[in-house]
Design a protein around this ligand. Sequence first.
Ligand SMILES: [Zn+2]
Ligand SMILES: [Zn+2]
Length: 269
Amino acid sequence: MSSSEVWYEVIEHKDYLYVIRERIDEIEPRFHTAYVNIYLLLGSEKALLIDTGCGLFPLKPIIDKIIGQRELLVFNTHCHFDHRGANDEFPEVYIHESEKSMISVPEDISWLKDSSKEIVEKYKKKDFKLKPSAIIKSLKEGDELDLGGIKVKIIHTPGHSVGSISLFTDKGELFTGDLAHYGAMYLPKKSELHVILESLSKLLTLFENFKSKKIYPAHEDYAVGKELISSLHKGISNLDLIWHTKIKDEFLEAWILDDKNFRYVVSIK
Ligand SMILES: [Zn+2]
Ligand SMILES: [Zn+2]
């Protein structure tokens, strides 16, 4: 097995949906996060890769093996390093129009040199920089694509970042990126929390109109129910009730608060 095959856990979740996981806590434990979930949707004509992970090990060979002759499209749910990491392995990628400039330049990840995990030494080969893809194209609210037997719709869901998108298939999968997942939720500063609440409400409305939906977030548990979104909305709405319990995280420059469902990482900046 190649080192990529050891690093990535490849799960055939459905015949048209693969989950490819990597352990971000093996790169930097101070993120309070265990898994990155990369998703691969297989239509009859095209395949869609949702995010490219941390870029520590080659991802494209893993994807090429699964997709066969299908044309591959690569969408980033947002611009953060653990989602754009392997963008440079693919000739063309997409991201929401508001974050195009952020992934058009190399991202300096030299701050990861402080990690307690020796595996980050592998980033030395990349000079601790994540390079962009050669061609970066824009996505916007309402964009639709047909993979052949599966249709995917783009929903702009800002809050975690300005250009965060969710993707909704006509088979009932909802991919939420970092907008909603269990574990440590990275939130904007307190005065901007309304933006994330509005995005969560938008997704809840979507659920009301369709049946039997499962959610596939970019971190931690996947194939979870809609209560993820309702309990997260409730938890963020009620943050004031537990605000006095906040602890400062110097590494993340954030306040950390816990309730029974989530760890909230609220930006201080
Ligand atoms: Zn993120
Ligand atoms: Zn992330």
